[in-house]
Write a protein that binds this ligand. Structure first.
Ligand code: ASP
Ligand code: MG
Length: 412
């Protein structure tokens, strides 16, 4: 099995020893653990800050050399702690572990995993400890897989080794029906489908990293999200309840309510309603590397329409001038931006076959006097854009409306 430990799990040397102890116990119980570690605590953030202090635009190659040092430090210390407990352990950088990536520095994609040295270490009865979020490019440079990349390392390694399960240890005890910081009666789920967890991570749920969930779903790697503090059983993420197979499995109508405050809204008013306008607007945004989402276009009146969409907070500054320029070019009336919005989403595989979920969502918002500014849906999700100041009220009200604290309401 693969066991991945996040930054808080190995934040200091005392935690390192607790993790080593758990890995040793796993091995004593007959499993053959392969460990993946993140950088200790907030080390990645500290390294990023240091880079900004010396350079306004640090070269990607040097960034990756710097950031991956965090995981390198963690893996060496964990091996020392394991060896101290009598467990033979060897650390491996991403390169040594066989992670071949493209050369997109600070956000590299895995091209191939050839874990020969990891297999050899397992066969020799050792515990391999692999630095998360790192690899090596074809031109032999160190690469970093991006924020949250250690989850991807763990899942990719589990797949390459044919591991039974990939355990993702973190500072919460699993995947919750809502953010427990906002909703005190949020409940830890025993099990969730990949489809649902993917929608959740795409709509504000911070862990596990979305890319790793996608990878796990594609390759059928079962995940177990659990706590490195209490060591209790967490949430299993399996294909059970996914769309294609096992359609007659029981599914929760609504499994979770997520929120994302990291969004801003752009509206272009009075856009001439002709073929090609949306195409040129969104091509220009794409060329400026802006990720757009939740696009809404009104029915046109007198040959004009309004187009609204959301973008990540950090991309608004890039998006706004592009929209101003395009508005002038196509003869639109005006552009307005708004970064005081947030998205609240209700996710559940059972809503595919169960009418009335949207109605309940809208009634709940109405009953709490919350105005809905935009709506978007997928087969298993309903999202509403609301004022950022009303996020907490919205999430709590929806969590109550679907009785999520009590356990799932199932449909056949
Ligand atoms: N330490 C890196 C980060 O915080 C990689 C990871 O933990 O996944 O993004
Ligand atoms: Mg992390």
């Amino acid at each position: 099995m693969v066991q991945k430990f996040g930054g808080t799990s190995v934040a200091d040397t005392e935690r390192m020893r607790a993790v080593a102890d758990h890995v040793a116990r796993t091995q004593r119980h007959g499993a053959r653990p392969v460990v993946v570690v993140s950088a200790m605590g907030k080390e990645t953030d500290d390294l990023l800050r240091a880079a900004r202090e010396v350079s306004a635009s640090p070269p990607g190659r040097e960034m990756d050399m710097l950031i991956t040092a965090g995981e390198r430090k963690a893996m060496a210390l964990l091996c020392m702690a394991l060896n101290e407990m009598g467990v033979g352990a060897d650390s491996f950088t991403g390169s040594q572990a066989g992670f071949v990536t493209d050369s997109t520095h600070t956000d590299a994609k895995i091209l191939d995993v050839r874990p020969d040295r990891i297999r050899a270490a397992i066969d020799a009865g050792r515990v391999p400890v692999v630095g998360g979020a790192q690899g090596v490019s074809h031109d032999n440079d160190v690469t970093f897989l991006g924020r949250g990349g250690s989850d991807t390392t763990a899942v990719a390694l589990a797949h390459a080794l044919g591991a039974q399960v990939c355990e993702l240890y973190t500072d919460v005890s699993g995947v919750f029906t809502s953010d427990p910081r906002l909703v005190p009666d949020a409940r830890k789920m025993e099990r969730i489908s990949f489809d649902e967890l993917l929608e959740m991570t795409a709509n504000g749920c911070p862990k596990p990293a979305m890319r790793s969930v996608e990878f796990a779903r594609t390759h059928g790697v079962d995940l177990h999200v659990r706590s490195a503090f209490t060591w209790e059983l967490g949430t299993l993420v399996t294909t059970t309840g996914d769309s294609t197979e096992e359609q007659d499995m029981e599914q929760a109508i609504v499994s979770a309510v997520t929120h994302d405050i990291d969004e801003a809204k752009v509206t272009i008013l009075g856009v001439p309603d002709r073929p090609g306008i949306a195409a040129s607007l969104f091509r220009a945004l794409a060329d400026a590397a802006v990720n757009v989402d939740m696009i809404v276009q009104n029915t046109s009146a007198d040959g004009y329409t309004d187009i609204s969409f959301t973008v990540p907070h950090g991309e608004l500054e890039r998006a706004a001038p592009v929209c101003e320029r395009m508005a002038t070019e196509v003869g639109a009336r005006r552009v307005s931006t708004d970064d005081g919005i947030a998205r609240v989403s209700v996710v559940g595989a059972g809503m595919r076959s169960h009418p009335g979920v949207a109605a309940t969502v809208f009634e709940t918002m109405a009953a709490n006097d919350i105005n809905i500014e935009m709506i978007s849906t997928s087969a298993i999700r309903i999202s509403c854009v609301v004022r950022e100041s009303q996020v907490e009220a919205s999430v709590q009200a929806l969590h109550d409306a679907f009785s999520l604290a009590d356990g799932p309401t199932l449909v056949d």
